[in-house]
Design a protein around this ligand. Structure first.
Ligand code: XMP
Ligand code: MG
Length: 209
């Protein structure tokens, strides 16, 4: 990152805003009610996939109303290493979650975006096959289904995302833009200096978190 930012802000780097804070809040309420109803007797383990889901997970769990008894919250970190424009598919998981805490539980994964679906597929398999989860479902804020490499249909989707590189509300580019309260399309000139051809890089070296 440059030491001087010449007075420019992250907002200047947006080509356009796709979803405002109000749009996101409204979708969280709808999804939260559905999840509360679907999981009312299942004591779900809600598992946020870090880092990208931190904001969505935080807003979504407060909307799971009425909150089912036995609901607990934890996090898992997933990242993949790519050439710069494409995820390698080599997804690394980091968690201090004990397998016995997952065994027999109905897990609801919370993701920022399902893109190629390599990440969510790896996390789901780990929970089902290695930890013995009773079921795994996914709530993703964004579904960029045009870019799937593996067939995957998330059970709960905030918004269908166009095939453009988006940032904000947890989503980053090279760790920047994560804290913006909305989701916007990043101007391609913001990553052109990295030699990444626009308009849809999967990540920036290490991606997926
Ligand atoms: P997939 O489904 O390809 O997604 O395994 C892995 C991770 O890639 C990141 N990703 C994005 N991040 N804007 C971002 O800021 C995007 O448009 C985008 N598309 C993919 C994200 O971390 C996701 O979890
Ligand atoms: Mg993610």
């Amino acid at each position: 990152m440059e030491a001087s930012t010449s007075g420019r802000t992250y907002h200047d780097d947006m080509a356009r805003i796709l979803w405002s804070p109000d749009d996101i809040t409204a979708r969280c309420r709808v999804l939260g009610r559905q999840i509360a109803n679907d999981y009312k007797s299942k004591a779900p383990l809600v598992l946020g996939v870090l880092k990208g889901s931190f904001m969505f997970a935080s807003d979504l769990v407060r909307c799971i109303e009425p909150c089912p008894r036995g609901l607990t919250l934890d996090f898992i970190r997933a990242s993949s290493y790519g050439s710069g424009t494409e995820s390698s598919g080599d997804v690394k998981l980091k968690t201090d979650l004990k397998k016995e805490k997952v065994q027999g539980r109905h897990v609801l994964l919370v993701e920022d975006i399902v893109d190629t679906a390599l990440t969510i597929t790896t996390v789901s398999r780990y929970l089902l096959e290695e930890c013995g989860a009773a079921s795994v479902a996914t709530a993703t804020l964004l579904d960029k289904h045009e870019r799937r490499k593996l067939a995957y249909s998330p059970e709960y989707v905030g918004f269908v995302c166009p095939n453009e590189f988006v940032v904000g509300y947890g989503l980053d580019f090279d760790e920047e833009y994560r804290t913006l309260p909305y989701i916007g399309v990043l101007k391609p000139e913001c990553y052109a200096h990295l030699g990444i051809p626009g308009p849809e890089p999967v990540g920036s070296g290490e991606s997926g978190d």
